[in-house]
Design a protein around this ligand. Structure first.
Ligand SMILES: Nc1ncnc2c1ncn2[C@@H]1O[C@H](COP(=O)(O)OP(=O)(O)OP(=O)(O)O)[C@@H](O)[C@H]1O
Ligand SMILES: Nc1ncnc2c1ncn2[C@@H]1O[C@H](COP(=O)(O)OP(=O)(O)OP(=O)(O)O)[C@@H](O)[C@H]1O
Ligand SMILES: [Mg+2]
Ligand SMILES: [Mg+2]
Lengths: 168, 162, 162, 168
């Protein structure tokens, strides 16, 4: 299973519809401080089923919804979609009859999140398992957030063990 | 669960030892599971000595040395159970030029040898120059992010402008 | 103790507001003491919005924005009660070029206007070039640090070599 | 009171006698990863009376003594001295009759530290007060350790208040 595209709308500072194409090899992301680079990483983590607002650097999960700028009003809905290529047929059985999977997470202010896979409403649990089966997901060690690299070494040995579990 | 964890530990340790010497250009390192009867409860200890230095407590390593050691561990886990996508958010920030170079070389090898797709967020010119393609994030309208595909020249300008 | 703390708070807040807009090239920020009867028990809250952005929770600011805001706070305290020596260990690591430039300009002004001596540890070429003098630390004998006085040219080479 | 020089011997990776001249204005310190830049900052903090081994990034205070390299044996003594210019006569009374102050901290493995001011043995407490009176010292906010700048903003409001106390 491969990641092909990430689409955002109303998610943090990405208020306008935005698409990041994910291709083979190495894609660099650059830009000045505060322009939204780390927000992109959080969009990816969020659509894969992140449950902690703190890991989204917010106080509550509604903080991922565009809060407005000096010229634009706040929104009430945020949506992130990830488009996967499943031609190698490695998805869990319930999703495995299709070449492409389109997973969308949508949050409405004060109403919580819903997930859809190819248009069909799905439980958060099933989306999380879909990614966990592929050695990825919101908690994957391969998603290294800003500033986290320095804390891994000074973590307690028992915390470091969880890193090992991902390899098992 | 117990056998799997022990088997995974052996593999990760093998890769970690190798990746450490590649990232540091020498030295040695290894992992060990703290002694408890049940490996599922054990902690992971790291022993590392950069080239020419004595083995010591990890907290005495410098900021850059700790970052490199952490990367060796992350990539070791990764080699045992490769994720389809890997995102590195400014992991090169504490590194000097020589270590940025070794870091990029390693990421390049991992990207070429497997199917994993890498997203690398960076402010380092050297790292930008090694990428297969670049996206710039701008806020030409303040408070609103926009994504644009850029070439190296434009990326340099983006760094200067802000 | 209470009056002194309140007086110090007012002064620090004044400097913080000013330094924030200088470091960010705009925007606004302020401090506030959380409501308790006893100011000696109060916490310090920070409210900040970079230029063109809405006021929000500090944790939503980016890595670079948080570093700049922290520097504005440190220097605000510093202006109220200047220390004879200030050491900054790679505080410019998360900053882009435009912010490194504003940071250096501010440190320059603080160094010129007061008696404080600054030691600035950095990997950034731009920051090195703004210093009055440079010292290089090398480990030509592995594991053993040596201090040498260098000029900008030699410092650049030191960055490349490692 | 001004800082003029810092001298180290056997302190962490500075096994050979080393002198850092501190002049007016801005002094840059550069060098590759792991060469000893942050060790210099810790030497300054240590001579001013630091009591926590953890803030010296060690497990115990003896970890500041040169532990050896592949070619050199470990040492048993570490010494850091700071040379101050007191021509403006701002030192506390007991030290204020002199133009120059030379403060030395020396540690011997398994025996602890001793302090001397101009050759006379002095209590740690008096050295710490000497620096605190000058708005500096081991805990000064103006000594910003590596990686600390990112943590100030996310600290709890009550921890941030201690920063304010330094201004009072
Ligand atoms: N819900 C939201 N609505 C609008 N803007 C938001 C929201 N959440 C975060 N932001 C904005 O996103 C910005 C931070 O973006 P981000 O952390 O991605 O920056 P960055 O490009 O990673 O910068 P750096 O290089 O400093 O790490 C903040 O300035 C904040 O204003
Ligand atoms: N007691 C000791 N004896 C010998 N060497 C020591 C001792 N304590 C620390 N070191 C060495 O000092 C090195 C770290 O130095 P330091 O943290 O000052 O590096 P740095 O120049 O700040 O690097 P960076 O740019 O990565 O932050 C470690 O590699 C460690 O081997
Ligand atoms: Mg960021
Ligand atoms: Mg350092």
């Amino acid at each position: 299973m491969q990641f092909n595209r990430l689409r955002l709308k109303g998610f943090k500072s990405f208020v306008d519809p935005t698409e990041l194409v994910v291709e083979r090899g190495m894609t660099g992301i650059v830009g000045p401080n505060g322009c939204g680079k780390s927000n992109l990483v959080e969009a990816l983590r969020w659509v894969m089923g992140e449950t902690s607002a703190k890991r989204m650097r917010g106080g509550e999960m509604d903080d991922v919804i565009f809060a407005g700028s000096q010229r634009r009003p706040a929104h009430n809905i945020a949506e992130v979609a990830v488009h996967l290529d499943n031609t190698d047929r490695t998805a869990p059985a319930q999703f495995n009859d299709l070449d492409e999977l389109d997973i969308v997470r949508r949050i409405e202010r004060d109403k919580g999140s819903t997930y859809r896979v190819n248009g069909r409403e799905t439980r958060a649990r099933d989306v999380q398992l879909l990614f966990a089966d592929q050695a990825t997901g919101a908690g994957s060690t391969a998603l290294v957030s800003q500033g986290r690299i320095g804390t891994i070494i000074n973590a307690k040995p028992s915390d470091r063990r969880t890193i090992l579990e991902e390899a098992a | 669960g117990r056998e799997r964890l022990l088997a995974a530990f052996e593999q990760v340790n093998g890769h970690f030892t190798d990746l450490f010497t590649r990232l540091f250009g020498g030295g040695q390192a290894q992992l060990s599971l703290t002694q408890t009867d049940d490996p599922l409860e054990a902690g992971l200890e790291i022993y590392a000595s950069p080239p020419g230095k004595k083995l010591q407590v990890m907290s005495l390593l410098s900021g850059g040395e700790q970052a490199l050691t952490a990367l060796a561990l992350l990539f070791a886990v990764f080699l045992v159970n490769p994720a389809p996508i890997c995102v590195l958010d400014e992991v090169d920030a504490p590194l000097d030029d020589a270590n940025v170079d070794r870091f990029c070389t390693l990421v390049e090898e991992l990207a070429r040898s497997g199917k994993t797709r890498f997203l690398v967020i960076t402010h380092h010119r050297m790292t930008m120059a090694r990428m297969d393609r670049l996206f710039g994030v701008t806020m030409s309208e303040r408070g609103v992010s926009q994504l644009v595909s850029v070439d190296l020249q434009a990326a340099e300008e983006l760094r200067e402008s802000a």
